[in-house]
Design a protein around this ligand. Structure first.
Ligand code: SF4
Length: 283
């Protein structure tokens, strides 16, 4: 198994923090999972989190999270991480700590302790003088405009922070089919527009065939229109991350697009939105 495909939810016995060699970050990303119970308000068809077994929801122990993050960050910076069997084959060029990322098994901003966790992350970055390390929130964008979340993100953004917001389609029908959420599509769009005016945002988009149907030309057109509206409305969008299915999804009917289709889709998005598009293929 390629290292870049190996994203364990837990590092040894840690509850919240796990290192990965990340394609997205082009190096080591230290993930912070605020959803050990796998709580999410989406049920994306391509999600690889197995929710057949769930733990009970519980408060995040932010002090423990902070200690785990500091320990893994020190282990990475010292190089000891690459003495572990799991990371021993990491190419030299990727043995760089790139970011701390709220990610994991559910939507991070659902945790009431999200703000405290952001502060703990900022504190670890400062304590270890990791000035080049980014702080990233990977989010489905549903709660970005909530005051408790927005205020925490102001602090994240002031510390080399960036928001990676999911937008899996340009219309309610496609998003509902792919993300399977009760959150209205309009709210997701409004939240991304709000976020892009206030912070640095990248848009993350999953492109896949669902139930035998790849995105149609009309769906792609609508998606590009929505993204362009966000940019034209003054949104600071740093680019699009275009993914397809790369790991085993929760639904076998979610199938990766081949490389040629991904390249064609990326070219269309570039042409119609003017944004840079990074493509992440199935392998
Ligand atoms: S938002 Fe993320 S964690 Fe939640 S279902 Fe979708 S892919 Fe999985």
């Amino acid at each position: 198994m390629e290292l870049t495909q190996f994203h364990p939810s837990y590092f040894q016995d840690f509850r919240y923090v796990y290192p990965v060699v990340s394609r997205r970050a082009n190096g080591v990303s230290i993930g912070v999972n605020l959803s050990p119970s796998k709580r999410c308000n989406f049920r994306c068809v391509y999600c690889q989190v197995d929710r057949s077994e769930r733990r009970p929801d519980a408060a995040v122990d932010v002090d423990l999270m902070r200690r785990e993050l500091e320990a893994v960050a020190k282990t990475t910076v010292s190089g000891d991480l690459f003495r572990c069997e799991r990371f021993a084959q990491t190419p030299e060029s990727k043995r760089v700590l790139r970011d701390f990322a709220f990610s994991g098994d559910g939507e991070p901003t659902l945790a009431p302790e999200f703000g405290a966790a952001v502060d703990a992350m900022i504190d670890v970055r400062k304590t270890l003088s990791l000035d080049a390390v980014k702080l990233t929130l990977i989010t489905n964008a549903t709660l970005l405009a909530e005051p408790r979340v927005a205020e925490a993100l102001d602090r994240l953004a002031a510390n080399n922070g960036e928001i990676w917001a999911k937008l899996d389609g340009g219309d309610a029908q496609r998003v509902k089919a792919i993300d399977r959420t009760a959150v209205p599509f309009e709210r997701i769009l409004e939240n991304i527009a709000f976020a892009a005016k206030r912070w640095n945002v990248k848009i993350q988009t999953a492109a896949l065939s669902w139930d035998g149907a790849a995105p149609t030309d009309a769906e792609i057109e609508r998606y590009c229109d929505r993204v362009k509206e966000i940019v034209d409305g003054g949104g600071n969008v740093g680019g699009v991350q275009l993914y397809t299915v790369a790991r085993v999804p929760s639904e076998p009917r979610a199938v990766a697009l081949d490389d040629a289709k991904m390249d064609a889709l990326a070219a269309t998005i570039r042409e119609k939105t003017g944004l840079a598009v990074d493509v992440f293929y199935s392998k």
